[in-house]
Every structure is written in structure tokens, then in C-alpha cells.
Design a protein. Structure first.
Length: 137
């Protein structure tokens, strides 16, 4: 049996320049009111990007009944369904169809957006959306 050095002499596998990156946005409904069922294009995803996971954090509770779906044009709740935006709390990882533990993430071969869709009018809450991505271009 042969031993083959595949490390390119560095001790690590060769890196072809592909990078992992994080994008995030904070949606402040107190400063930008939203109407029920609006599609809020929240994060721009470049073509040839793998979104490994998408997290949300409710920073300020809405103060009334408000659920948020987080997904994209193909699956409006692909990352999260019916997030309770009236309960401030921890950073919560994806649990939808695109979840890393379910599908391994979501590959975007064309540019797209991660969208947030409120179930009711939103005028007080604040929510942070975070995506962990890999550039595969």
C-alpha cells in the first residue's frame, strides 16, 4: 500500500480560493413597517453559493401576534416556518427543508434572495437574519 502526499506541501489540502462567508441583516419593523404577506427580500445570495445554514434571532419582540416564514422564491419557509416574532431569544438555526441537518444546505446556481414573509402587520419588532455561505464560483 502506497502513501500519497496530497497536501501540496503545506500540511493542508490545497485551497482553490473558495471562501466561507457570513451575511446578515437586521429587520427593524419599528422604522420600516411591513404589511402581512409582504415578501421582504432580506439577504442577497450570489450565484454559485451554497447556503449552509440560515439563522434568525428575535432582538425585540413585536408586542403582538406575528409569525415569520424565512425561505426563498422556491420554498417560502425553506429555512424556517412560522417563527414566533413576539418572543425575543437566542440565535436559532434552520429547521426547514433547507436545513443543514436535513438537506445539507441550499445550493443557489443563480443569484437569489433569502426572503422573510410576515403573517401579520409588523410595526415594532426587530429580527436579525444570518446566513453562513460558501462561494462555489
Amino acid at each position: 500500500m502506497a502513501t500519497v502526499d496530497m497536501t501540496n506541501g503545506t500540511g493542508f489540502a490545497e485551497n482553490d480560493g473558495k471562501k466561507q462567508f457570513v451575511i446578515e441583516v437586521t429587520l427593524n419593523f419599528a422604522t420600516t413597517n411591513q404589511t402581512a404577506a409582504d415578501v421582504l427580500q432580506s439577504l442577497n445570495i450570489p450565484a454559485d453559493t451554497l447556503v449552509q445554514d440560515c439563522f434568525y434571532e428575535v432582538l425585540t419582540a413585536e408586542g403582538g401576534t406575528l409569525a415569520l416564514d424565512i425561505g426563498d422564491g422556491d420554498d417560502p419557509n425553506g429555512y424556517h416556518a412560522a417563527v414566533d416574532a413576539n418572543a425575543a431569544g437566542s440565535l436559532i438555526k434552520s429547521a426547514g427543508a433547507y436545513a443543514q441537518q436535513t438537506l445539507g444546505g441550499r445550493l443557489y446556481t443563480a443569484a437569489d434572495t433569502i426572503d422573510v414573509i410576515p403573517s401579520a402587520n409588523a410595526d415594532a419588532g426587530k429580527v436579525r437574519i444570518v446566513a453562513i455561505c460558501i462561494d462555489l464560483s
